[in-house]
Design a protein around this ligand. Structure first.
Ligand code: UDP
Length: 374
């Protein structure tokens, strides 16, 4: 125990990446996780039907960052999956983000044509316009279109997902799904996109597979720290759990949204036409995931999950999305100021940021480089 230099708490993507970088440098790393499995919220598994299930919701890897891409490709190959999202709007299946093709799906052709011309007049082709920005235009056709998109795509979905109106949440959140002045139906435009060929869990297992790394599951940080007080004082601690939990909630709880997935198995080849179908206007769930699409799994059966958003409650469900706003950022900063010298926070929960997977990996790489380069 005494020879170990680093303790990483949490073996999701952030924890695994920093552990591996330290191990490659010759340092010893102990990784603990309170869960009974590795990979955190990117955990996936092959079920009895041979279908890879993303237990904590669909994860599609996408990045423009060469460093992140090259790093992960040491541990897995990716398929060439490019994600699309279908939304059902007034019973019509169309593409999200709203783009020029969407106009022709949901409106009569003459109206669609007029809107297309207006959009191309006002905006450059292949640009992305956040919905809140789009709302500012005074032209009556554009106003009609922006009201339509706001109401039919964002208003109710955001109410389900966040319990708020789109203008009440951090603008970066809705800007993730802008209006796209393009005919590109993909959800992401990054250079590299794909699903790990043997799943995310296997990718994380490979990242952690190093003689300098030891992994202990079912191990809670507080219990571990109490049992090993000297070790905790001497080693570097990388904490990917929630910062408020680390400090015993002394300034209050940082709020999160959680998600509840209701899994269903069907005795037919496919349930829906796409991996993810959003229901912005209907039902209480936000979207339905159909997992076999990701790795093109062959089965007579299919497994879907209906996604219901809910508040995070300690002990009841898991943390998924930080609720980023000024008050919560201030509370986060208040905790961060109390950080001891040998402790580093990272990951969605440690940084309280809405990271995509590539951004989580990038943050771990940058933190490692900062530490090693002094
Ligand atoms: N959003 C929406 N309608 C949609 C898709 C997204 O209103 O059909 C909004 C919603 O507020 C959501 C945000 O855009 O939380 C970001 O969506 P994204 O698909 O990036 O969420 P994630 O996949 O990370 O849950």
């Amino acid at each position: 125990m005494m020879s170990i230099d680093n303790l990483v708490t949490g073996c999701g993507l952030s924890g695994a990446v920093i552990a591996r970088l330290l191990a490659d440098k010759g340092e010893k790393v102990l990784v603990i996780d309170k869960k009974n499995h590795i990979a955190g919220n990117i955990y996936d598994y092959r079920d009895e039907n041979g279908i890879f299930i993303h237990k904590y919701g669909s994860h599609i890897f996408h990045t423009n960052n060469e460093k992140v891409w090259n790093f992960l490709n040491r541990f897995t190959s990716f398929n060439t999956y490019m994600h699309k999202v279908i939304a059902v709007i007034d019973g019509i299946e169309t593409t999200i983000p709203f783009n020029i093709n969407t106009l022709y799906d949901v409106f009569p052709q003459t109206l669609a044509k007029r809107l297309e011309e207006k959009l191309l007049e006002k905006f450059k082709y292949n640009t992305k316009v956040p919905i809140l920005e789009f709302q500012k235009y005074n032209d009556s056709d554009l106003k009609f279109l922006s009201d339509y998109i706001y109401e039919k795509v964002f208003l109710q979905y955001t109410a389900k997902q966040w319990g708020k109106n789109p203008d009440e949440i951090d603008s970066a959140v809705t800007a993730r799904v802008p209006v796209y002045i393009s005919k590109d139906d993909r959800y992401f435009q990054d250079k590299y996109q794909g699903i790990p060929l043997n799943g995310y869990t296997k990718m994380v297992e490979n990242i952690l597979n190093h003689p300098n790394i030891e992994v202990k599951l079912n191990t809670d940080f507080k219990t571990f720290a109490t049992a090993n007080p000297d070790f905790i004082k001497k080693c570097r601690i990388f904490y990917t759990g929630s910062i408020d939990e680390y400090f015993n909630y002394k300034y209050g709880e940082l709020p999160y949204r959680s998600v509840n997935f209701k899994f269903e198995t069907y005795d037919r080849e496919f349930y829906q036409s796409n991996a993810v179908v959003n229901y912005p206007c209907n039902y209480d769930f936000t979207r339905i995931h159909e997992y076999k699409y990701y790795l093109n799994d062959k089965s007579d059966k299919t497994v879907i999950a209906k996604e219901y958003s809910e508040y995070f409650e300690n002990g009841k469900n898991e943390r998924y999305y930080p609720i980023v706003n000024e008050d919560n950022k201030t509370l986060y900063q208040q905790y961060l100021k109390d950080t001891q010298q040998n402790v580093y926070f990272l990951g969605r929960l440690g940084d309280y940021k809405y990271y995509d997977m590539d951004k989580a990996a990038e943050r771990a790489i940058n933190l490692f480089e900062e530490i090693i380069n002094g």
